[in-house]
Design a binder for this molecule. Structure first.
Ligand SMILES: C[S@@+](CC[C@H](N)C(=O)[O-])C[C@H]1O[C@@H](n2cnc3c(N)ncnc32)[C@H](O)[C@@H]1O
Length: 219
């Protein structure tokens, strides 16, 4: 009889990923993956996201859910009124607190699935939901209605695919099942005012796919 895959608590999963360097970067103390480091991926993302943040006369309060090793957030912080960076891995948050200091920057160790989230104008969710199950994504979405903007980055297949196939949360993503997260489709059906494409990076390997960043304005 084949054993059914058991899901681990998400905190243990993410701790193990960093401890065992499952997202690569063996020469780094913490490494959130190539998507957080490769310049050809991050530079167009940063350019477009900075230009969005910089377009406001009154800078936005930003909350980065799953901030990882902060190789992304450190570039965005200067363009915000306040940058609140959250991750579930406490050793990573302690490390970020010592490495990155700014008057408008705060780090918190929280589980964005279970914990209450701080108030902000804009949520950044960058390559986080792709690692979570549909039930976990739903719990997060319930808390996002109070925010005005979400910038969402997801690694998804190229061309047609069935969105939101369920997975057990972990290192992997839906790409293996030729699927990817689309918050506007069932079972999520996120209601929005408008959507704007911000950036896309195309990959040939492991399969033809894209890392896409979308801006949603919520009603
Ligand atoms: C692939 S990394 C991306 C990091 C960062 N957003 C970036 O783009 O560089 C995903 C991050 O989400 C965090 N994460 C996953 N589930 C979480 C949860 N339930 N609460 C808070 N952080 C979580 C992980 O610990 C990890 O640092």
């Amino acid at each position: 009889m084949t054993k059914k895959k058991q899901s681990w608590p998400i905190k243990a999963v993410m701790n193990q990923i960093y401890d065992m360097k499952l997202w690569g970067g063996k020469d780094f103390d913490f490494y959130s993956g190539d998507g957080s480091h490769h310049l050809e991926i991050i530079n167009p993302y940063l350019e477009k996201t900075i230009s969005f943040l910089d377009s406001f006369k009154q800078p936005l309060v930003v909350c980065d859910l799953g901030c990882g090793d902060f190789n992304i957030g450190k570039h965005l912080t200067p363009y915000t009124k306040k940058y609140i960076a959250i991750d579930i891995v406490d050793t990573l948050i302690n490390r970020n607190k010592t490495l990155f200091k700014s008057d408008n920057l705060e780090f918190y160790c929280l589980d964005i699935i279970k914990d209450e989230l701080p108030p902000a104008d804009c949520i950044i969710l960058r390559q986080v939901l792709q690692h979570l199950s549909n039930a976990e994504i739903k719990s997060i979405l319930k808390k996002l209605h109070d925010y005005k903007y979400i910038t969402l980055t997801e690694h998804i297949p190229l061309g047609d695919f069935i969105p939101n196939k369920d997975i057990i949360s972990g290192q992997g993503i839906r790409l293996k099942q030729n699927s990817g997260v689309d918050l506007l489709k069932p079972p999520f059906n996120l209601k929005i005012n408008y959507v704007k494409h911000l950036a896309t990076y195309y990959l040939e390997r492991p399969t033809k796919s894209q890392i896409i960043t979308i801006l949603y304005q919520l009603p």
